[in-house]
Design a protein. Sequence first.
Length: 194
Amino acid sequence: MSRDRRPALAAVGATALTVALSGCGLIGQPENKSAELSEWFTVTSPVFRDGGDLPTRFGCTTYSGSGGPGKTPPLRWSAGAQTKARSFAIVMDDPDAADGAYVHWVYAGIDSNKQELVEGAQLDKTIEGLNTGKKVGYTPPCPPKGERHRYRFTIYALDSPAPFANGAPLKESLGAIAKHTVARGRITGNFGTR
């Protein structure tokens, strides 16, 4: 493949990912009726309100000055037994990234009895897919200096245990989550320079 075609192919890939992340609140096209008809539930955090600012300690070292990457914020959700969830997954993305939606975190296998994650949580028996940066794990918010971005934490109630393997490619993990979604909820926090 010639060098001249690589940027064009990267742009096509970024566009496809943006479309997959944005449609109807799902991260991909639903492959079953329950995903099309899935319901919304409430997601909250004790450290920021929906549409409010994420505290700087949850950002990268450029902003936090903590000497290490930001931790995941605490999250709570209201999905009850009516969702028939067998597990939960979380996808954190930045829809304002220059090349389209940037997925910072894909986390699945959260027990269906759980209704919250504490700050910096890493639960037993959970798995993580690759993010847009091709890394497993959480990448904290870090918009370019002078920019302010939205960071969406979407929690998916799934009709199966974790539907992909640890370290799964982004397209595979997002597609598997979309296929098994029965309900979802979202909270959005802003981060960066005003």
